[in-house]
Design a protein around this ligand. Sequence first.
Ligand code: MF3
Ligand code: CO
Length: 256
Amino acid sequence: MIVRKTRAELEKMRRSGLLVYEILQALGRMVEEGISTWDLEVAAVKMMADAGAKPAFKGYYVPAAGERYKYVLCTSINEEIVHGMPNPKRILKGGDIVSIDTGVSLEGYFGDSALTVPVGAVSEQTQKLLDVTRESLELAIEQVREGNRLFDICGTVEEHVVKNGFSIVREYVGHGIGTQLHEEPQVPNYVDRKNENPRLREGMVLAIEPMVNAGRPEAKVLKDKWTAVAKDGSYSAHFEHCVAVTPEGPWVLTRP
Ligand code: MF3
Ligand code: CO
């Protein structure tokens, strides 16, 4: 069942969304050669505490890992797709890309967003990977309208990524969001004809999160049980926003 939110509920999700935005912007500004992903985690923990927000990821049980996640951020470097774990020994260096993914809840309503940041100068091909992944999210956001269907979102991401010669990760998908971090429906970044294709209705909120590999699409999970990486070692980018369906069109809750 897809839970639709009232205006008042969307306003609550908006508060979480803007906090996530502020945190990600601050972390993005911290990114430079020589800092560790643990430095980012420490800063995020403090910002959440200062705002009186609950971290959405810390303590979240993921069946595939068989345990609860231990951090407030996922920090995924280079070939890491998602669920990389903050670590004082992981020092960023020039030419890296780092995906920072986080979520919070305020008054029981969740916000969830991610971005991928270059460390210093990156190669032209890596910059294109970031650009195309971000563009695919922006194009998909435009599809979040009453009367459209879920596949309009999925297909828009897929088309833009494939057209530009990159590949869509299939093992991880976006999701509905509200009083739970993950709600129905799943939001794959490709058209999955085995799935239902619900019509988009006012009050639905979708976390759209393209995960795009520069090389082959296949993912594998490292022995740490969490870190998903591109099997071929190619770089991977990830951007995410929560978007509400409103009569006025798409409302991106996770940015001003
Ligand atoms: N980043 C995932 C998402 O955007 C959720 C993180 S799973 C967790 O949906 F275990 F890290 F919390
Ligand atoms: Co998400």
